[in-house]
Design a protein around this ligand. Structure first.
Ligand code: SAM
Length: 405
């Protein structure tokens, strides 16, 4: 048994797993499942198959991988793609290249393709590479057929458009979308040269780094950063933003987008952000330095006397409730504070309170009919709900304003 445990630990080590994340009890349970699958009466019998069998090693690892994923996970990163795409990518003749690493069973790479398509990027222009260690995950991704829980968080209009439901209550990705995603079985620690022959405009690396030991995390991030196009976006999981500190990347997007890009000089398009409006940090590139999500939610002293700055800070830390309370207090006194209206809209959208979010953006537009961030977010919400005519009209208004500005 000791020998087997040691062998499994070696396999985990090669995958970069943090040993403290995978307890002996998990390893033991995985070995028992494989023992039963092989029809061995005891672990000692199973060891005779297992210890020297590479295929069995892969099966053991499969048992230990956490493949949990779902379409439009976290929502805000996909909102950000839909907001950025019309300006950044839909007019380009070159493809938009995205990498989902790791991709689990395909939910994330398909979500990226759907978000880009919904924002008006032509299907012929979308290329997504999807990598994972798990053969089972990749096989499921290639099949593109999902249970209802995998699509429960995605905007209903997009689900109806791209994943028709069958008689068994399963949802299958349309063939024209499946063709846009190429799946590759690989270890994140050693990406093959086929990945990143051309650099990526978008790299999603979410909810895997947390399972890796510190040196392996940095190794993965080094590779991914080298694969990122100069104005590319790197998206991580909510618990992983602190790992990007000291990498010269700046956050971009609304609360909860967990998205980063290089310094503004390399960003595209080179439009200055309006002063003192962090709510408009969606496009273009923000100028804020990387901010670690603080483990405590107390407001920093310099923000304490500025309720709007405090609200931004709380929203960045994911404390939407306290941020919203502050903003409502600001608006009770100054209904005409556009930045407060807009930030409250972003927070409501991140919470999934769509009608309330729309109201906030509309109030901001009532105060300033050309308020671009509010136009863009209303367009996004309309697109999410399948109202593409309204989305187009709002985007045209935003683009006109952009051209004038
Ligand atoms: C929790 S899922 C995250 C999937 C997706 N990015 C998301 O956020 O929904 C973690 C995935 O990481 C994969 N994984 C873990 N270690 C890996 C490694 N060293 N190389 C490639 N994939 C790995 C697992 O197989 C699993 O599918």
């Amino acid at each position: 048994m000791k020998q087997m445990l040691a062998r499994v630990r070696e396999l985990c080590d090669a995958a970069g797993f943090d040993p403290s994340v995978i307890a002996d009890v998990h390893v033991d349970a995985a070995l028992q499942r494989r023992r039963r699958a092989r029809g061995a009466a005891t672990l000692a019998d199973y060891a005779t198959h297992f210890l020297d069998d590479a295929a069995e090693h892969a099966e053991i690892l499969e048992e230990l991988l956490v493949r949990e994923s779902w379409f439009f996970r976290d929502l805000a990163p996909f909102d950000l793609l839909m907001t950025l795409a019309p300006r950044r990518w839909s007019a380009l003749s070159e493809p938009v290249r995205a990498l989902s690493a790791p991709c689990a069973s395909g939910e994330e790479p398909y979500s990226i393709a759907i978000a880009l398509a919904a924002a008006g990027v032509g299907l012929a222009q979308i290329q997504v590479d999807a990598v994972d260690l798990s053969r089972r995950g990749l096989a499921d991704g290639q099949a593109g057929r999902y249970a209802a829980r995998a699509v429960a968080q995605m905007p209903a209009a997009l689900r109806a458009e791209w994943l028709p439901v069958d008689g068994d209550g399963h949802f299958t990705v349309k063939a024209e979308l499946r063709r846009l995603v190429r799946f590759h079985q690989t270890n994140l620690l050693a990406l093959p040269p086929t990945i990143g022959a051309t650099r990526y405009d978008l790299i999603f690396c979410r909810n895997a780094l947390i399972y890796l030991r510190p040196a392996a995390r940095q190794q993965v991030l080094n590779q991914l950063e080298a694969l990122l196009a100069p104005a590319g976006l790197l998206v991580v999981g909510h618990a992983e933003t602190a790992l990007l500190a000291d990498r010269g990347l700046n956050p971009i997007g609304p609360p909860g987008a967990f998205s980063f890009q290089r310094a503004p000089a390399a960003a595209s398009p080179p439009r200055p952000a309006p002063p003192a409006r962090r709510a408009s940090s969606v496009p273009p590139a923000p100028r804020r330095p990387v901010s670690r999500p603080a483990p405590v939610i107390d407001v920093a002293p310099q923000a304490a006397d500025d309720p709007l700055a405090s609200a931004h800070q709380l929203a960045d830390q994911g404390d939407y409730a306290r941020a919203a309370t502050l903003l409502e207090a600001v608006l009770a006194r100054h209904f005409d504070n556009i930045d407060a209206q807009h930030l409250l809209g972003l927070i409501r959208a991140a919470e999934g309170a769509v009608t309330e979010a729309q109201r906030c953006f509309q109030r901001a537009l009532y105060l300033n009919p050309t308020h671009q961030p509010s136009l863009e977010h209303l367009a996004l919400l309309a697109a999410r709900h399948g109202d593409s005519a309204a989305a187009r009209q709002l985007r045209r208004r935003a683009a006109r304003k952009d051209a004038e500005g």
